[in-house]
Design a protein around this ligand. Sequence first.
Ligand code: C2E
Ligand code: MG
Ligand code: MG
Length: 282
Amino acid sequence: AKRDGRNCFKIFESNMKQQVEEALDLETKLRRSSERKDFFLHYQPKMRVSDGKIMGVEALLRWKPDGDMVSPVVFIPLAEETGLIQTIGEWVIEEACRQLSVWQQRYHLPEDFSASVNLSVKQLNDDSVIHILERQLEEHKLSASLLEVEITETVVMEKTDQNLKVLCDIHNLGISIALDDFGTGYSSMSYLTQLPLNVLKIDRSFVNDMETVQGAAIVKAVVALAKGLSLKVVAEGVETKEQLERLKELSCDYVQGFYYSKPLANDILENRFSKDFGRRDK
Ligand code: C2E
Ligand code: MG
Ligand code: MG
C-alpha cells in the first residue's frame, strides 16, 4: 500500500507471505555467500570492430546459491538494499585484479587491453573503493590503465559531491571510467561533460532496434556524440552479423555481445587468449 502512494489499503493475500519469505530466504543466502565469498566471475570479451581482436573483457558477477544461477539483475539490487554490495563489490575488484595479473603473466596481452568491473553507485558513497582499487593495483603490480570501472546513469541521478569526488579520484589513479547502459536512465546530457568519463557503452536496447531507421539514427547519433566528446564507444548486446556490419559502417570502436561471445568461465577465456595472444612461456 505504501508503494502505491500510501493513501490506500491492500488486502493481504497468501502469495504475499510466500513472496516475503522467498525474499528473506534469498537475503539470508546472500549474506552467507558474502561472508564466505561464495561467488565467481565470468568474463565477456570486448572486441575491436576494425580488426575483430579482443581488446578487453568485462567481469560479470555470478552467484549459484543452491546450484542454480541467480541473475545479478535480481541479487545486485538486493545487495544494494542490504548494504552487502560493499563486501561483494570489494571481492569483485580483488578477484578481477588477481585474474588480470595471472593473464598478464601468462599471455602476451595487447598494450591497450583492459578489464572492466561494474561499480554500484553505493560503492561511491565513501572513499573505501579508492583504497581498495589502489591496494589491488599495487598488490598485483598492475598498471592502472589495465583497469576500467563501469558506472550507470544512476550515478548521475544521485550525483553528490562525494560521488563525484570518488569518481575523480578513481580517474586520477589512471583507471578509465565507462558509462554503462547509456541512454536508458537520464534525460539530460549536460552531465556528460561534468563526469570524468573515457568510454560510453550504448545500451543493448538501442543496438537491438538498429534494423529500424529510427533505431539506426539513435545509434549513429550516440556514436557521433561520443566521438565529439573524445570518448571511446562500445555497443552492448550485439547479437547478429548485420548489427556488427552496421556498427562498423558507423565507426563504432568496440562491441560486446553474444554474436562474438557470451560471458565465459575463465578456462574457456584462457583458451581464446592462448590462440589470440599466445602464451609467454612458449
Ligand atoms: P551490464 O553491466 O550492462 O552487463 C551486460 C549484461 O548483458 C550481462 O548480463 C551480459 O551477460 C548481458 N549480455 C551481453 N551480451 C549480450 C547479448 O548479446 N544479448 C543479451 N540479451 N544480453 C547480453 P548479466 O551478466 O546478467 O548482468 C546484468 C547486470 O548486472 C549488468 O549489466 C550489471 O549492471 C550488473 N552486474 C553484473 N555484475 C556486476 C558486479 O560485479 N557489480 C555490480 N555492481 N553490478 C553487476
Ligand atoms: Mg557493465
Ligand atoms: Mg550494460
